[in-house]
Design a protein around this ligand. Structure first.
Ligand code: UT7
Length: 360
């Protein structure tokens, strides 16, 4: 039987930090309102020219460094994000990292996207169709903000987090997941035709405080854990009040719940992997911890995963240097592959579109 273990994690946050006071200089709001209603103190906003692929690649490189694997081992890239674009961000990341033989797909389920992607990566590995999956959550929420809507503009931020999941015969890792959606609630959180995020905060709040504890309870039942046995709960960072209310319903003390919303706001699909990275950095997520991840948001969609956080890989400097050389050759490699594709059409025995037209 195959098991799926997380073996690397990495994050990227844009340089620019906007405090609540800076938001208050832009619109009619204040630090007290934002903190008391959401727990947010600041958020990172990407530069105008900074793309999803830029942020996703930076987080992926950090995760690959940590995992100490060769990029060529990766056979699937999944990017969780809120907006569908093409080419898929996952394909751009695959090219920039120089991963030779991987599938690549974007998964668009907004705030639940990372939990969905990680669950699907785990299932692919357990089924044997893939063995090493790079899962990234990345968002540029700042590009969707309507600065005239203070009820949403203050809540969201940008960033990226990534994990590497690899197959192993060793029991543990991703144990179980639950994934749900109820599209009838889609109108409570959506992107309008001006590409601005629109949210019915009260309805989303009610949904979130029901969905989060229900999903956590169900996944705990699946693996036979009681609330008292969970070492770390890592929730989607949407609102401290949602997190506290859900933890209370679940009977999990806040000391066991990882929260970093104060620094980043709601980074949608990036929030859970950003929190994973910080929980590890701060020593809050340790070897053999019984860990539950939970996401909820637009769709409406929600889900949870139970994991034993168990595999520690010492990073190898040699592999990091080799990978760095592969990453640095990305532009030249892209040009070479393009040229090769064009040349391929001219090689004897290769039929081209014009040949096909001639034959018809
Ligand atoms: O990841 C996706 C999931 N999203 C969420 O989980 C969000 C869920 N919803 C929430 O977290 C909360 O509903 C909010 C934080 C968005 C809003 O909190 P609320 O307690 O539901 O506030 P409200 O929308 O009912 O607004 C209360 C008051 C209003 O003023 P009046 O009508 O009472 O005079 C708003 O105009 O607060 C006012 N308000 C603000 N005041 C200062 C709304 N936004 C702001 C603001 N600064 N930024």
């Amino acid at each position: 039987m195959k098991y799926a273990h997380i073996i690397g994690w990495g994050k990227y946050t844009p340089e620019r930090i906007l405090t609540n006071d800076e938001m208050a200089a832009m619109m009619d709001t204040n630090d007290e309102w934002i903190r008391s209603r959401s727990g947010i103190g600041a958020r990172h906003w990407a530069r105008k020219d900074e793309t999803l692929a830029d942020m996703a690649t930076a987080a992926a490189i950090a995760a690959i460094d940590h995992a100490s694997l060769s990029v060529s081992e990766i056979d699937m890239v999944i990017v969780a994000t809120a907006i569908a674009i093409f080419p898929a961000t996952a394909c751009i990341v695959q090219d920039r990292l120089g991963i030779p033989h991987a599938g690549a797909v974007d998964l668009v389920v907004a705030c639940s996207g990372f939990v969905y992607s990680l669950a699907m990566a785990g299932d692919m590995i357990k089924a044997g169709s893939k063995n090493c999956v790079l899962v990234i959550g990345v968002e540029k929420m700042s590009s969707m903000m309507n600065l005239e809507d203070r009820g949403t503009a203050v809540l969201f931020g940008d960033g990226a987090g990534a994990v590497i999941v690899r197959g192993s015969d060793q029991p543990g890792g991703i144990l179980a997941s639950v994934l749900y959606a109820d599209g009838s609630g889609g109108e409570d959180l959506y992107l309008n035709d001006k590409r601005h995020l629109v949210m019915n905060g009260r309805e989303v709040y009610k949904f979130a405080t029901r969905a989060m504890p229900a999903a956590v309870k169900e996944v705990m039942n699946k693996v036979g854990w009681r609330a008292g046995q969970v070492d770390v709960l890592i929730p989607h960072q949407a609102n401290i009040r949602i997190i506290e209310s859900s933890a209370k319903v679940l009977g999990i003390p806040m000391e066991k719940v990882f929260v970093n919303i104060e620094k980043y706001g709601n980074t949608s699909a990036a929030s859970v992997p950003l929190a994973i990275c910080e929980a590890v950095e701060q020593g809050r997520l340790r070897s053999n911890d019984k860990t539950v991840l939970v996401g909820f948001g637009a769709g409406l969609a929600w889900g949870a995963i139970a994991i034993i956080w168990d595999v520690q890989h010492p990073s190898s400097k040699t592999k990091q240097l080799i990978n760095r050389a592969v990453f640095n050759g990305s532009k030249a490699r892209t040009r070479f592959r393009r040229a090769l594709r064009q040349l391929g059409d001219k090689l004897p025995g290769r039929s081209t579109l014009s040949d096909k037209k001639d034959k018809n």
